[in-house]
Each structure stands twice: as C-alpha cells, then as structure tokens.
Write a protein that binds this ligand. Structure first.
Ligand SMILES: [Zn+2]
Length: 222
C-alpha cells in the first residue's frame, strides 16, 4: 500500500484545508477498498452531494472521511461534535474513515474504519474507536449491532465487547468479565445490578454468534 499523498494535486489550491481535502480524498480513492463487501473500488460522491464522501457501487454503503493531523487522539473530532451526533442518530448515517496524516512527509500515519453500527455518542466524545482492525471486531460478525436501534442498549453491548477485547484471549471465564465491574459501575452509575447486566449482555452476544458458552462459566469467542 502506498502511504504517500500525491502532492502535485494540491498545487492548484491555495487554502490549506482545500489542499488537505484534495490529497486525503485522492488517497482514499486510490488505496481503500470497501470494508463491508471487499469491492476493490469505492467511489467519490460529487462535491455537492451532502450525504457522505464515498460510496460503494456494489453494496451501497456510504463512507464519510474525517482527516486529522498527527496521531489519533482520544476524540475523533473536536469541533464538529454536535453535527456528528446528529449524523449518527439519523437513519442514513454513514460509516466513517478516520485518517491521520503527517505534514512533514505528506504521508498517512493511521487509517481506521469505524462501521456505523459501532457508533454510540461517547465514541466521538471521549473514547478511542474500536477499530475494525481489532482482532475480534470484524465488520461482518458485528453487523448484528445494526439491529439495535436503542443507543443505550447498543452502548452496553459495545462496553462488554470492549471488556472482552481487553482480555486479549479467545477463551475467558465469567470472573474475567466481572473484573470490569467497577469500571462499568462508574460508567453506568444508575445500574445497581452490574453483574446481572454483564451476564445478560453475554447471553445476547451468544445469541448473535459472537460468543459460545462452553459451560461452567467458560466462554469462547467464535
Ligand atoms: Zn461494498
């Protein structure tokens, strides 16, 4: 994969934001395939299409590109918070491409894909995205999250998936997840039955084929 911008494209633009937009969009256009269906080419919407920046002609998924200088921070976007919240709560919300660039070498530092079904408001506000490149967070096997329209319920599922992700093992036991009880309590202070909630979420994840129950409090990531 070529990680450099085609800098001569920017020569005819004077404003810096315009230059960056042209360079990053060109890079995505050349280098990125559709993470939903694997189609080798994604297409750019015309400039006056406000829907999103890119789309896949094969599976019709939309992608919006967010570019930022230097390393990935803990927030996706600092300025456009309100707009993004509105965007992700709308029915036609896109998936996001997050790109970090380096202005010294005019190169790509990081590129993340965030499927729209991973979105809960705090991902924009404070939390690092659960990158689709994360070992167990594959695009296809997490599509069931799209069925969950209620943002709080989806937040719980993502919280438990994040805890499991932190265990960094395909096999774990219930106590491993209970170990996150305090973290989860701080995040959900009104829930007084965190352990019950954990078990309930694990059951949902099992029903969605994300996990298997092996019996005696043992679990396996499928
Ligand atoms: Zn596609």
């Amino acid at each position: 994969m070529n990680l450099f911008f085609d800098t001569k494209l920017a020569d005819r633009y004077t404003s810096f934001p315009q230059k960056i937009r042209v360079l990053t969009e060109d890079w995505v256009n050349r280098q990125v395939y559709c993470p939903n269906c694997g189609h080798l080419d994604i297409d750019k919407y015309g400039n006056n299409m406000p829907v999103a920046d890119f789309f896949c002609s094969n599976c019709k998924e939309d992608y919006e590109l967010k570019s930022k200088k230097d390393a990935v921070g803990t927030k996706i976007v600092d300025g456009a918070y309100r707009t993004m919240i509105d965007r992700l709560q709308s029915t036609n919300n896109p998936n996001f491409f997050l790109l970090n660039y380096d202005l010294i070498n005019f190169s790509i530092l990081n590129f993340f894909v965030i499927p729209k079904h991973f979105f809960v408001p705090e991902i924009i506000e404070e939390r690092k995205p659960l990158a689709v490149t994360a070992r167990r967070a594959g695009w296809k096997r997490t599509l069931f999250l799209r069925e969950e329209k209620e943002i709080g319920a989806k937040g719980w599922l993502l919280d438990i998936m994040n805890c499991i992700e932190k265990l960094a093992s395909n096999n774990f036991i219930l106590d491993d997840v209970y170990a996150f009880k305090n973290v989860l309590s701080r995040k959900h202070p009104r829930n007084k039955h965190i352990k019950d909630k954990i078990r309930q979420q694990l059951q949902i994840l099992r029903d969605k084929d994300y996990l298997q129950f092996l019996g005696s409090g043992k679990y396996m990531i499928t």
